[in-house]
Design a protein around this ligand. Sequence first.
Ligand SMILES: Nc1ncnc2c1ncn2[C@@H]1O[C@H](COP(=O)(O)OP(=O)(O)O)[C@@H](O)[C@H]1O
Ligand SMILES: [Mg+2]
Length: 275
Amino acid sequence: MSHAAGVYAAQHDGDLRFDRDTEAGFWAIECHDVHKSFGPTKILDGLNVGFPDGMISVLLGPSGTGKSVLVKHLMGLMFPDQGDVIVKGRSVPKMRQSELLEMRTNFGVCFQDGALLGSMTIFDNVAFPLRQHTDLTEAEVAEVVHHRLSQVGLSAAAQRRPNELSGGMRKRAGFARALVLEPQVMLFDEPDSGLDPIRTALLCELIQEIHAEQGGAYVVITHNIAAARRIGEYLAVLWKGQTVQSGEASDMFASENLFVRQFLAGEATGPLGMD
Ligand SMILES: Nc1ncnc2c1ncn2[C@@H]1O[C@H](COP(=O)(O)OP(=O)(O)O)[C@@H](O)[C@H]1O
Ligand SMILES: [Mg+2]
């Protein structure tokens, strides 16, 4: 990509990464000047952000700043009033319904509570996308489901129902389900919400392990700076519907930008107030 790569590269002070950023296929996801309002309220205000392929990106920003709205745009569940969203080189707003459905099978999404179906066992929840979208036999489905459940440490819970599991187990079950179609893009919307620091650290480790094994573009939305530090290879900080700064984690944690510094340090003083 050309135009937007220049935008991101400018944030990198035109150093080495400029060359890499312009490589074809560097970005799995690109948002170009995305605007979105609900009634009179502007939520995304000319958002430019990209998430590289093959890396774990972390999207950070205060509550209510439009992170979940952005996720819906990536999946074609919402469309921009203006601007473009490109996933794996294809414009999402320009897709037909059939193309959107197909694209979504390349997305694994983990929502806060795992979003499991309460009437089904964990096995059936994880099997659901396979039964819906593939021609696998039941024996093949069982093989994939058992593999994924063992990856997330839930082999023993296959026959239990979501309400019999802890919050952390439900998140891991949601992760197993999101993985069964071997998605090219994984989105985690605040996977750490409601987890204590130890369980958050374990979930981060799991995300890292599975990413190392499967590859693809991972985008993790969180307010948790410790989690961002642990797993983020690429960071984007959003505020008021725009990217304040994005870049490789080491550069972001060394940022001179006052807002980024305040946000990543979790400090009370700085441009980010209570408004
Ligand atoms: N479908 C919708 N209709 C109207 N307002 C919405 C809708 N979805 C989100 N919003 C508003 O957009 C803002 C950003 O929401 P969200 O993306 O959920 O923030 P966060 O960054 O915490 O994930 C919030 O003020 C929310 O109320
Ligand atoms: Mg949100």
